[in-house]
Design a protein around this ligand. Structure first.
Ligand SMILES: Nc1nc2c(ncn2[C@@H]2O[C@H](COP(=O)(O)OP(=O)(O)OP(=O)(O)O)[C@@H](O)[C@H]2O)c(=O)[nH]1
Ligand SMILES: [Mg+2]
Length: 202
């Protein structure tokens, strides 16, 4: 078989499962650190619950993703995840999903590894959202997730730093309302509004 024939024959196996996002559908990518629980706690021993150096590296990674060749119009990062909203007319690679998944995970992994000085990897998934309301709901969902996690982990680590054992700290927070957790932080001199969320817009 000559090369041209071999090329045509083999490409079918590579591209058979290719899917493209339909025109008129909003794409939002979520890029998430792989096994960052281990990376943040065991490998790098970052400050808990939130580490400024880690936050700054995530923000630099977001900036890189916003400038790596796609039409990103909005980005949001919390914890080890980054969400990117693409322009409705984004059309790179004919909107082929595997290209977005692989390139965004690769670009994030490369940038974060470069900043950290040791290997770190990200995965990537794309939500396909058929309307602006769902785009708003997507970001409300991630922000609410961030808010709940922040509140809980600030309370947990505040108790731990005051000498409470891990089991007792978890038990004390179990079943506490959001208002009660906020009050617990306020009583200990922490204003949750000062601590939460990173935003970047273009
Ligand atoms: N110490 C510390 N940990 C952080 C910080 N930001 C995020 N993390 C941790 O990063 C982890 C992110 O959670 P997940 O994405 O659910 O867990 P994961 O281990 O990355 O698992 P996979 O995403 O499924 O691979 C949690 O354990 C967080 O506590 C930080 O600023 N400091
Ligand atoms: Mg993760």
């Amino acid at each position: 078989m000559n090369f041209d024939k071999l090329d045509i024959t083999m490409r079918v196996f590579e591209t058979n499962a290719d899917k493209c996002v339909l025109p008129g559908i909003y794409m939002v990518a979520r890029i998430d650190g792989r096994s960052f629980s281990r990376l943040t706690k065991e490998v790098c021993r970052f400050e808990a619950p939130y580490d400024e150096r880690f936050r700054d590296m995530m923000v630099e990674t977001v900036k890189h993703l916003m400038q790596c060749g796609f039409r990103v119009v909005f980005a949001y990062t919390q914890s080890d995840e980054i969400s990117l909203l693409f322009h409705l007319d984004e059309n790179s690679f004919n909107r082929k999903l595997r290209k977005y998944h692989s390139i965004l995970a690769g670009e994030a992994s490369a940038m974060f590894t470069h900043l950290l000085g040791q290997p770190a990897a990200f995965d990537c998934r794309i939500s396909q959202l058929p309307g602006q309301e769902l785009v708003v709901d997507y970001f409300r969902w991630r922000m609410e997730d961030a808010h709940r996690n922040c509140l809980n982990s600030h309370c947990y680590w505040m108790l731990r730093k005051q000498g409470t054992e891990s089991d007792s700290a978890a038990k004390r927070l179990n079943g506490l309302s959001v208002a009660a957790k906020n009050e617990l932080l306020f009583q200990n001199g922490i204003n949750p509004a000062d601590r939460f969320c990173q935003w970047l817009c273009l």
